[in-house]
Design a protein around this ligand. Structure first.
Ligand code: FES
Length: 119
C-alpha cells in the first residue's frame, strides 16, 4: 500500500514556540520542531491524556505537562516507564509545507494507547 502524505501546516506556522497542534483525520497531532526537523506525536499522552502540545521540548525529548514523562523525539519512547507515545512519519518540502502520514510509525503503540483509553 502506498503511504499517504497529508499536508497539515507550514513551518512558518510553527512560529517561535516551535510547536503546533493540528488535526489529522480527527486525531490531534502535536508537531515539534528541533534541530531543523519536524516531529509528529499523537497529542494526547498515553498516560492520562494530557496535551503534549502544551508540553516542553528539552534535550531531544518532549516532556508531558501532566506528570513529566519524557518521550524521545525520534521514537516516542519513554525509558523510565517503558511505554511509547505514538509518533507519525513527517516530511517537509522545499516550500516549508509539513506533511504527515496518518498511520503511526508503530501502529501497535497506537492500538495499545487506544485500548487503555477504552479501559
Ligand atoms: S498525562 Fe502525560 S505524563 Fe501523565
Amino acid at each position: 500500500m502506498t503511504a499517504e502524505w497529508v499536508a497539515v501546516a507550514t513551518v512558518n506556522e510553527m512560529g517561535r514556540r516551535r510547536k503546533l497542534r493540528v488535526e489529522l483525520n480527527d486525531v490531534a497531532i502535536a508537531l515539534f520542531q528541533a534541530g531543523g526537523r519536524v516531529y509528529a506525536f499523537a497529542d494526547l499522552c498515553v498516560h492520562q491524556d494530557r496535551s503534549l502540545f502544551k508540553g516542553t521540548l528539552l534535550h531531544g525529548k518532549v516532556i508531558c505537562p501532566g506528570h513529566q514523562w519524557q518521550f524521545d523525539l525520534e521514537t516516542g519512547y519513554e525509558a523510565d516507564q517503558d511505554r511509547c507515545q505514538p509518533t507519525y512519519p513527517v516530511r517537509v518540502d522545499d516550500a516549508g509545507t509539513i506533511y504527515v502520514q496518518p498511520t503511526p510509525k508503530r501502529p501497535e503503540a497506537a492500538a495499545e494507547a487506544e485500548q487503555e483509553a477504552r479501559a
